[in-house]
Design a protein around this ligand. Structure first.
Ligand code: 0T9
Length: 375
C-alpha cells in the first residue's frame, strides 16, 4: 500500500469502502487529495487525435476497404493515450476534475507535411449530472470529422470499478470521389484495478464496434491478462464485409499489432504522440477549462489542498446559483456548440448493419452547430 501516503490511509480505506455502495456516478464523490488529478474531463477528447497524421490518412484510402482499415488503425492507435497516459504522466490513474455545465475546451494540432492542414478540437460539457462531454475534431483540408459524446455508468465488482461507457462517436470522411462515408464508433468497457493499493490502472474489456456506411464492420475484442495469452492490453479485431472475414488483427493496443492474414505490422504507437496545443491562459475565456479550474489545479499540483478546495467550493456555489436562477426564471442553460437529439438519425440508419451485436437500437446524439470562428 505504498501509493497511499501514510496520512491518507484511513480516508482512502473509507473511500474504497464507500465505492461499493455508490453506484452509477462516481464523479461527485469526495476523494483523498493524493488521488486527485488537476485535469478536467473536458480535456480527455484530445486523446482522439494525438496522432493527427493517422486521422488525416483516413482520407487517403483508395478503396472502402483501405479506409475501413485506416479508421481501425487510427482508432486502435488512440487507445494508449486514452487509457494509459495518466499512469505515465502521474504514476497512476487519478480522479479527474468533474466539469461544470457549459465548460469548454478548445485546442488544435498544427499543420505538418503528413496531414494536409490544421486539426481543430471543440469540447463542451453538455450535462453536469450525469456528466456528459461532447466533442468535435476536424481536419478540414482532408475532410475528416469526428463528433461524439460520452458519459459513464460505474459499478463496483470484486475490488474493481467497472465503467460502462455510454455514448458513441461518428467519424465522417469525404472520399476523393466526393462521397461521404460514415463510421459509427462504440466505446469499450473499462475495469479499473489496483484500487485497494491506491494505484489504479485501466484494463479494457468487452467489445467495441466500428460500423461503416459502406458495410465494412470492425469488431474489436479486448482482453486482459490470461485470456489470449499472459499479457495485458490485448485485443483482437475482426474486419468483415457482408459477414465475410477479410482481416484479423491481433496484438497489444498500447504497443503494436499485426494483420494475421499478411503478417504485416498493423499499428505501432512507439513513436511520440503530439499533445494538443491550447491558447495561453490570458487569451482564454472564463468558461474554458484551464482558466476556470486554474486555482484548483494549482492547489492540487502544489499540494495546497486548502486552496484547491476553497476555489472548488467557489465554482460549485456559482453553479448552484445559476441553476437556481434558471429554475426561478423557467429557463435552461443554452449549449454553445451542440444540439441534443433524442434519436441519432445516422446511428439509426447504420444500426441495421450492426447484425447481432446486441447494441441498443437507438442512441441519443449531440449534433455540432457551426457557430462561426471561436478561439
Ligand atoms: C473518455 C476515459 C474516460 C473518459 C474517463 C472512468 C474515469 C472517467 C472517464 C472514459 C475518454 O475518452 C477515456 C479515460 C479514463 C476514464 C476515467 C478513469 C477514472 O478513474 C474516472 C472515474 C470517474 C474516477 O475518477 C474513479 C475514481 C478514482 C479514485 C479512481 C482512480
Amino acid at each position: 500500500q505504498q501509493a497511499v501516503p501514510a496520512a491518507q490511509k484511513s480516508t482512502w480505506a473509507s473511500f474504497v469502502k464507500s465505492l461499493a455502495s455508490v453506484s452509477g456516478d462516481l464523479s461527485s464523490m469526495t476523494a483523498p487529495p493524493f488521488i486527485l488529478s488537476p485535469t478536467s474531463l473536458t480535456e480527455f477528447p484530445a486523446y482522439w487525435n494525438e496522432r493527427p497524421a493517422l486521422f488525416a490518412a483516413i482520407a487517403d484510402g483508395k478503396t472502402e476497404e483501405d479506409r475501413a482499415l485506416a479508421v481501425l488503425k487510427w482508432f486502435i492507435s488512440t487507445l494508449k493515450s486514452q487509457y494509459t497516459s495518466r499512469n505515465e504522466s502521474m504514476g497512476s490513474e487519478k480522479k479527474p476534475l468533474n466539469p461544470v455545465l457549459g465548460e469548454l475546451f478548445y485546442g488544435m494540432w498544427p499543420d505538418a507535411p503528413d496531414r494536409g492542414g490544421v486539426t481543430t478540437l471543440v469540447v463542451e460539457q453538455v450535462s453536469h449530472h450525469p456528466p456528459i462531454t461532447a466533442f468535435r475534431i476536424e481536419n478540414k483540408a482532408k475532410g475528416v470529422v469526428l463528433t461524439g459524446h460520452n458519459a459513464q455508468k460505474t459499478s463496483f465488482s470484486a475490488g474493481s470499478i467497472i465503467v460502462k461507457q455510454v455514448g458513441h462517436a461518428l467519424l465522417t470522411v469525404q472520399t476523393a470521389e466526393g462521397a461521404l462515408e460514415e463510421y459509427i464508433i462504440t466505446l469499450p468497457k473499462l475495469r479499473i484495478d489496483g484500487i485497494w493499493y491506491g494505484s489504479p490502472y485501466i484494463e479494457l474489456t468487452d467489445t467495441s464496434y466500428i460500423q461503416s456506411s459502406t458495410g465494412w464492420l470492425s469488431t474489436v475484442d479486448y482482453k486482459g491478462k490470461g485470456y489470449f495469452s499472459g499479457k495485458t492490453h490485448q485485443f483482437k479485431a475482426t474486419v468483415t464485409k457482408d459477414g465475410m472475414t477479410k482481416h484479423v488483427i491481433d496484438g497489444l493496443w498500447h504497443t503494436t499489432s499485426k494483420d494475421t492474414t499478411t503478417g504485416a505490422t498493423f499499428h505501432d504507437v512507439s513513436s511520440p504522440k503530439e499533445e494538443v496545443v491550447v491558447a495561453p491562459l490570458e487569451e482564454q475565456g472564463e468558461w474554458e477549462s484551464r482558466k476556470l479550474w486554474f486555482n484548483v489545479a494549482k492547489g492540487i499540483r502544489e499540494g495546497n489542498y486548502d486552496a484547491a478546495s476553497k476555489d472548488k467550493t467557489r465554482i460549485e456555489v456559482d453553479q448552484r446559483k445559476r441553476r437556481q436562477t434558471e429554475r426561478e426564471a423557467g429557463t435552461t442553460w443554452e449549449l454553445k456548440h451542440f444540439t441534443h437529439l433524442d434519436n441519432d438519425p445516422v446511428y439509426e440508419r447504420l444500426y441495421k448493419l450492426f447484425k447481432g451485436t446486441g447494441l441498443p437500437e437507438k442512441e441519443d446524439v449531440y449534433v455540432y452547430r457551426d457557430n462561426g470562428p471561436h478561439p
